[in-house]
Design a protein around this ligand. Structure first.
Ligand code: EPZ
Length: 429
């Protein structure tokens, strides 16, 4: 299994190109199931989760063409993929595939909406929380699907098609909003989603669906209205930049010190996180090319943060912020409100010398003068990159094990960091 070796203490200077967003790419690829025409997605990141989803879509009969090299296009940039779901030959998503990547459960929505049936494995447990899918099932039931759960599978049927409805989510759910929006696009009549997720990835998917001929208004707000249409067409859509990758590299610069341009990044996609980092002492300067982040010599100030749905502080940056605060000049408090078990990184950061106390969903971090390198273990996607951030400031060598977690959501991480001066390398096997 690959590991990553880091020797701390190097400042970061240069440019980091921000890739397309994983959490937009996955639902956009799934939206390809809604039409028999070809959906072309640009700026698609090279990630393990994207490859896994290609397998899942292929199992339904979807053809995926990856555009080859083009003159003048940097091969390192995002890829263009052509998704053709002309022939859906199988409406079952098996456990072996779904259990490897939870978001693949969302295929239930376009399959039942377009084909009138879907048999999709329940995603199963997850390191960061129980993560039930009851609200996704509630939304499909509201749209008229007949749902049965049997032997770990959700069987959804709507032989006469779905019909518009009012869907009120008791709590904000990104996956619930994506699936309700996709299914309602092909339902007869009007659907209103109340207490919808407002994440930028929701608006990006709605934008793409509207290019495919859907009629969605209000995406990005808490109230989304969808006028169903009989058929959706093909379209071309560029995936928005990854705000979690942006925040992660901004924190890496805050940790190591330096001056880096986060190319293609868009500040409005993660303003709450940028405000927290500015408060901690990072200089954040939006530019025409992206966001410039700088920390020269000044120390880090402690913060008080509670994670929340967008536009609040993203839970997917919580671990990275905790790593940063291990070196702050004082006491920080971070409260996690989205997932009940998202502190797996605490014990690993303690191995590097961090001083963190957990009390329920709140972590109290006492800043320390120095961290010291050690072997550590990645446990989930975001926890793994928090260990990389801590290692950038730790004295000596740190080895991060099980980096397959990282590959799920960070494209060319060690390449991007070493290009800015970090002493980081991947050790294969
Ligand atoms: C999406 O997960 C993201 N994944 C997650 O990113 C992200 O952490 C999360 O949204 C919150 O922002 C993708 O986009 C692929 P939710 P999702 O439904 O949709 C509960 C990463 O690191 N809930 O908004 O699964 C749930 O348990 C990943 O990239 C129910 O109770 O999250 C959680 O406590 C990790 N019943 C809360 O709602 C349901 O039916 C929010 O979950 C659905 C969710």
């Amino acid at each position: 299994m690959d590991r990553i070796r880091i020797v701390g203490g190097q400042r970061l200077t240069g440019t980091i190109p921000i890739s397309g967003a994983k959490n937009a790419t996955l639902p956009l690829m799934i939206a390809g199931l809604l039409t028999e025409d070809t959906l072309i997605l640009e700026n698609v990141p090279r990630l393990a989760d994207v490859i896994q989803l290609q397998r899942i879509l292929g199992n339904h009969g979807v053809d995926i063409l990856i555009a080859g090299k083009r003159p003048g296009v940097d091969p390192k940039n995002g890829r263009t993929i052509h998704i053709s779901a002309k022939h859906i030959v199988d409406t079952t998503a098996p456990y072996e595939l779904v259990s490897k990547m939870r978001a693949s459960f969302w295929v239930v929505a376009p399959l039942v909406a377009r084909m009138g049936e879907a048999k999709v494995s329940m995603p199963g447990g997850c390191a960061i929380g129980t993560r039930p899918v009851d609200l996704l099932i509630m939304a499909l039931t509201r749209l008229g699907a007949d749902i049965e759960i049997e032997a770990g599978y959700v069987m959804a049927r709507a032989p006469k098609g779905l019909r518009g409805a009012e869907i009120v989510f008791p709590k904000v759910t990104v996956g619930g909003t994506h699936t309700a929006m996709m299914a309602a696009s092909l339902a007869r009549g009007t659907t209103v989603i109340e207490n919808a997720a407002r994440e930028p990835e929701i608006a990006d998917v709605a934008d793409c669906l509207n290019k495919m001929g859907a009629n969605i208004t209000g995406a990005g707000s808490a109230r989304i209205v969808i006028e169903g249409v009989a058929k959706l067409n093909g379209a071309r859509h560029a995936v928005l930049p990854d705000r979690i990758e942006t925040g992660t590299y901004a924190m890496a610069v805050a940790m190591a010190g330096g001056d880096v341009l986060l190319q293609n990044a868009r500040p409005e996609l993660l303003q709450s996180a940028l405000d927290v980092l500015a408060g901690a002492g990072l200089r954040v300067t939006p530019t025409n090319e992206g966001i410039r982040v700088t920390r020269n010599g000044s120390g880090l100030a402690p913060v008080e943060v509670t994670t929340a749905p967008f536009p609040g502080f993203p839970t997917d940056l919580q671990a990275q912020l905790m790593a940063l605060m291990t070196r702050a000049g004082g006491t920080s408090r971070i409260t996690e409100t989205i997932f009940e078990n998202r502190f797996m990184h605490v014990q690993e950061l303690a191995r590097l010398g961090a001083n963190i106390h957990l009390d329920g969903q709140t972590a109290t971090i006492e800043g320390v003068a120095r961290l010291k390198g050690a072997p550590v273990m990645a446990t989930d996607l975001r926890a793994s990159v928090s260990l990389v951030i801590a290692a950038l400031a730790a004295e000596g060598e740190t080895t991060v094990n099980r980096v397959y977690h990282l590959d799920r959501g960070f494209e060319r991480l060690e390449e991007k960091l070493s290009a800015c001066g970090a002493a980081i390398e991947r050790i294969s096997g």
